[in-house]
Design a protein around this ligand. Sequence first.
Ligand code: SAM
Length: 212
Amino acid sequence: MRLRNISGSREVIADSKYVIQNATEQKGKIKSFFEKDQPLQIEIGMGKGRFIMALAEQNPDINFIGIEKYSSVLLRAIQKMEQNELPNLKFIRMDAEDITEVFEQGEVDKIYLNFSDPWPKDRHAKRRLPSKEFLKRYDEILKKDGFIEFKTDNRDLFDFAVEQLELAGWKAKVITYDLHSDPVLNEGNIMTEYEEKFSSIGNPICKYIIYR
Ligand code: SAM
């Protein structure tokens, strides 16, 4: 998701109390940005934040951080928080490549990846958020018994992701190629913006939950 460059978005982000600023300088201090000391879950590539905002609203006993690379996209999430402030949700504008510079070892309880960019060219495979290179980074920051949940309608990306998890030594707790048709797995499912868009045109949604 790359919205038109919205002028002033960087300034709004720099002034926003919902955003953890200079995140790489906050390693070890992330907890201090929340009112309560409770488990931490993160979404990487949250887009405009619909999924993580609903999750944070439904789970006040968990702290959440939404990570997004582009200012113009993050701006939309900030605007939504201004309408509906959630004390257990913060945002970080960063490239997830630097995730180990922000979170301490084992600090994160769960990671969500939703409709990650497919990067279809082979030479860009390392940029895919479920690639083995990224799984290595998640391995550092995720608690020992933590999980990663990944959803996409892109079958090529999903097949790649399943292949990568095995290569990187992770195991699947759940794999489905049609989440919305599975009443058990779909129970309580929060739709992301992309999920709404692609399922409405008939694309089945794939999902895995993995651990190591
Ligand atoms: N998760 C949302 C959803 O399901 O509706 C948005 C999906 S959109 C296709 C992917 C989002 O991930 C975009 O907003 C993009 O900017 C962000 N993104 C892609 N690569 C990223 C990275 N390396 N670090 C942080 N965000 C990234």
